[in-house]
Design a protein around this ligand. Structure first.
Ligand code: MF3
Ligand code: CO
Ligand code: CO
Length: 264
C-alpha cells in the first residue's frame, strides 16, 4: 500500500468537503453554552450536514452511534454525545467529519463554556500552537517525523504530554487511510511528503501524563490520571510549494495557503 496522490478533480472535492466541515464548527459556535446537551449539539450538526447533501462520517463508523464526537475535560477523544448538559468551565473538543461528493473533510476545535480555568486556557492555546507550528512546516520533501518532533517539543516544553495511542491520518475517499501521522517522534523519520497528499494533523495533549484509558462503551478515551486534555485538528493538502489548510475557519489567524521559497 502507498499514500494516494489526489488528482485536480479530487482536490476540488477535498476543498468542498473541508469547507463544509469547517462551516459546521463556525455554525455551532453560538449554540455552545451552559445547559445545552452534547446530544443537542450532535443533532444540530447532523441536520446541518445532511441538509447540504453530505453525510456525517462518524455515524455508524465501526458502530459509532452519533454524528460528531464531543470530548469534554478529561476525555481525550471519541466522546459520544449524550444528555448531560454543558456547565460553566467545561472545555469541549467538537470533532466533525463530513463526507461530501465521495470525499472527507475532518476537523476539530476546542470550545470553552463560560470561563475556563487558567490551566485549561493555557493547555488549549499550547495545543493549537503545536498544530499551527506543524502546519507551517508542511511542504514536499519534509518527513512526517520532522513536524511530529516539533509538536512534541512544544507540548512537552510546557510540561504537557502527547497522547500516543491515537494519531492523524491520510484522508480522501477513505476516512482513515495512509499515512499515519504521529504527533511525537524524531526528525528525519516517517513518510516523505509529496504534492497532492492529503492528511490530518490532530494532536491530543494532556495536562498530566500521556496514558489513556478506554471506557466500557468501547469509544470514549480518557486520560488515565484524569487530567485535562485538548485537541485541535485540520485536514491539509500538500501543494507544490507548501500547504493548503482545507478546513480553515473564519475565526482563525492562519493563512489558508502557505507557500515556501523553493529549496536551493
Ligand atoms: N474524527 C475522528 C478523527 O479525527 C475520528 C472519529 S471516528 C468515530 O479521525 F467513530 F469515533 F467517530
Ligand atoms: Co481525523
Ligand atoms: Co476528526
Amino acid at each position: 500500500m502507498s499514500i494516494s496522490i489526489k488528482t485536480p478533480d479530487e482536490i476540488e472535492k477535498m476543498r468542498a468537503a473541508g469547507r463544509l466541515a469547517a462551516e459546521v464548527l463556525e455554525m455551532i459556535e453560538p449554540h455552545i453554552k451552559a445547559g445545552v446537551t452534547t446530544a443537542e449539539i450532535d443533532q444540530i450538526c447532523h441536520d446541518y450536514i445532511v441538509a447540504r447533501n453530505a453525510y456525517p462520517a462518524p455515524l455508524n463508523y465501526h458502530g459509532f452511534p452519533k454524528s460528531v464526537c464531543t470530548s469534554l475535560n478529561h476525555v481525550v477523544c471519541h466522546g459520544i454525545p449524550n444528555e448531560k448538559p454543558l456547565k460553566d468551565g467545561d472545555i469541549m473538543n467538537l470533532d466533525v467529519t463530513v463526507k461530501l461528493d465521495g470525499y472527507h473533510g475532518d476537523t476539530s476545535k476546542m470550545f470553552v463554556v463560560g470561563k475556563p480555568s487558567i490551566l485549561a486556557e493555557r493547555l488549549i492555546r499550547v495545543t493549537q500552537e503545536s498544530l499551527y507550528q506543524a502546519i507551517k512546516m508542511v511542504r514536499p520533501g519534509i518527513r512526517t517525523g520532522d513536524f511530529a518532533a516539533v509538536i512534541q517539543k512544544h507540548a512537552e516544553g510546557h510540561g504537557y504530554s502527547i497522547v500516543r495511542e491515537y494519531c492523524g491520518h491520510g484522508i480522501g475517499a477513505v476516512f482513515h487511510e495512509e499515512p499515519q501521522i504521529l504527533h511525537y517522534g524524531t526528525p528525519g523519520t516517517g513518510d516523505v511528503l509529496e504534492a497532492g497528499m492529503c492528511f490530518t494533523i490532530e494532536p491530543m495533549v494532556n495536562a498530566g501524563k500521556r496514558h489513556t484509558k478506554l471506557m466500557k462503551d468501547g469509544w470514549t478515551v480518557l486520560t488515565k490520571d484524569r487530567s485535562l486534555s485538548a485537541q485541535w485538528e485540520h485536514t491539509l493538502l500538500v501543494t507544490e510549494t507548501g500547504v493548503e489548510v482545507l478546513t480553515l475557519r473564519n475565526d482563525e489567524d492562519l493563512p489558508r495557503v502557505i507557500e515556501h521559497a523553493a529549496a536551493s
